[in-house]
Design a protein around this ligand. Structure first.
Ligand code: DQA
Length: 150
């Protein structure tokens, strides 16, 4: 059975492409998903790609995949800066977690400088726009393969 990488996207990321394109770029979430599907195929990995505007749904999804997935990439969007519930759910996962942001939150408003999620993350990718998803995927694929060899 192929190992599964789960990519979780938080609130308002369904509007990528039209939402503040000067910050988040012109690619849609569907564009990003298509590129990750191609990369997953190259690596022989399965991809489960989801988006929700609801904190509770994200927590439920993390619980659902926590034992079955090989790794998680999460862009928690605004919940990055507020959600202890998402942090707690991520802390129950053994698989590596990569936190991802299209923008670099550290160059933006002060309230974006704090991430609750980082405490559960093996790595953080930010500031590379949509391409950051591909960077995060490649990094996670490498971690997953290295872990498989041990
Ligand atoms: C974001 C950064 C967050 O501060 C913001 O609330 C988002 C998107 C990013 O990808 O740059 O919705 O996570």
């Amino acid at each position: 059975m192929k190992k599964k990488i789960v990519v979780l996207n938080g609130p308002n990321l369904n509007l990528l492409g039209v939402r503040q394109p000067h910050i988040y770029g012109h690619d849609t979430l569907a564009d990003i998903e298509a590129r990750l599907r191609a990369r997953a195929a190259t690596h022989g990995l399965d991809l489960d790609f989801r988006q929700s505007n609801s904190e509770g749904e994200l927590v439920t999804w993390i619980q659902e995949v926590r034992e079955s997935c090989a790794g998680i990439i999460i862009n928690p969007a605004a919940y990055t800066h507020t959600s202890v519930a998402i942090l707690d759910a991520l802390l129950t996962c053994e698989a590596p977690i990569i936190e991802l942001h299209l923008s670099n939150p550290h160059t933006r408003e002060e309230f974006r400088h704090r991430s609750f999620v980082s405490a559960a993350a093996k790595g953080v990718v930010c500031g590379f726009g949509a391409y950051g998803y591909e960077l995060a995927f490649e990094g996670l694929a490498k971690l997953v393969k290295t872990a498989a060899k041990k």
